[in-house]
Design a protein around this ligand. Structure first.
Ligand code: ATP
Length: 337
């Protein structure tokens, strides 16, 4: 089959605009699957040749037969995986870009940490019980989408004081709080060329972590503000150039380890979510094994993709190009999973 026989589709949210625009730029037909009432951006920005509306995420499976008939290739993104759950993603029978099995490794906190540690990546310390707390910690609840509902504590007593608001919750992790700047590194690894690319960096714009600095410490206490990390958007960052070799090294390392963890390993877009401290030490607190929303500022390419491509190259477009090259080389199976 030739490229014109395929349609690239994704769920209308997260990074769908750049995925669909990138697919169109690479010559694919595009389809946006939208929850009812959420399709206007995809229509307005003219990135979708077609829009299908569904009532709820699980209705995806009701239209799956139709997608298969039409040679649709599904691109998973953060919201897609989170709405369906990685188990349901594994049940998808339609063509799916990327290795499904690796999604379990990123979704499970223990497995994710094992993957990072095996790769020699520096990770923040985890406290098994509140009694062990002996430094500033960040307490993260599982499924606290977008960092909502995290809290900070400095001692066991403070942990229990703050925890009162969360009675009944038992799925959380106590992690050492690293003082430094958050940096999210966006990568792309192609199974066709075995090449790793650094596509760009971002930092998140979080409420109210990013608003606290706008008022004096005294006012913060007066209005009783506590830190939360609800994601509202992403801000582009260019990294100090001397740090780039280490960023590449870490990317190679997690790819190599992933190949021991699951068949075919991780490929396509992924992200290391890090804090860089004052000694320029990198602390990785999360890995995302699919496209991240931090690539959204770069619909027209990032400074890094400009160096390599000399044409606008978003992560969404890079992904479509991978599929296109796979089709041309008669190796589509190599990018599906
Ligand atoms: P999820 O992706 O699971 O929905 P999330 O990615 O939004 O969660 P995290 O990325 O784990 O949540 O954390 C949200 C924010 O908290 C980050 O942007 C970062 O600024 C801060 N943060 C997370 N872990 C640490 C840490 N160990 N030390 C300092 N800050 C941290």
């Amino acid at each position: 089959m030739k490229q014109a026989d395929y349609t690239i589709a994704t769920l209308g949210s997260h990074t769908a605009l750049q995925i669909l625009k990138g697919a169109k730029d690479e010559g694919f037909k595009t389809l946006a699957i939208c929850l009812k009432g959420r399709s206007e951006p995809y229509r307005s920005y003219n990135v979708a040749d077609e829009i299908i509306e569904i009532e709820k995420p699980s209705d995806f499976f009701a239209i799956e037969e139709e997608l298969i008939k039409r040679n649709v290739i599904i691109i998973p993104h953060g919201s897609f995986v989170s709405y369906l759950g990685h188990k349901s993603v594994c049940d998808i029978k339609a063509m799916h870009y990327g290795t499904k099995a690796i999604l379990e490794w990123e979704s499970n906190r223990t497995m994710e940490r094992q993957w990072l540690k095996k790769s020699g990546i520096n990770v923040p310390r985890i406290f098994e019980t509140p009694e062990e707390i002996n430094c500033a910690v960040i307490v993260k609840f599982h499924g606290a989408h977008g960092g909502k509902g995290y809290f900070l504590a400095h001692s066991t007593a403070e942990f229990y004081e703050r925890f009162k608001e969360y009675t009944g919750e038992d799925d959380y992790v106590i992690q050492e709080y690293i003082v430094g700047v958050p940096i999210y590194a966006h990568y792309f690894y192609s199974r066709l060329t075995s090449e790793l690319e650094v596509m760009g960096f971002d930092k998140r714009y979080e409420s109210n972590a990013d608003s606290i600095g706008r008022i004096a410490a005294k006012d913060q206490l007066d209005v009783n503000i506590s830190t939360s990390y609800t994601i509202t958007g992403n801000v582009p960052v260019v990294l100090r150039e001397s740090l780039l070799p280490l960023v590449f090294e870490m990317g190679h390392s997690v790819i190599k380890t992933s190949q021991d963890l699951v068949e075919n390993g991780l490929f396509g877009p992924f992200c290391l979510e890090m804090i860089i401290d004052k000694n320029l030490k990198f602390w990785t607190f999360e890995i995302s094994a699919r496209i991240v929303a931090g690539t959204n500022p770069y619909v027209n390419g990032s400074p890094y993709t400009w160096l390599r491509y000399d044409e606008p190259m978003s992560t969404g477009r890079r992904l479509a190009r991978d599929i296109k090259e796979a089709i041309e080389a008669n190796q589509l199976d190599k990018v599906l999973g």
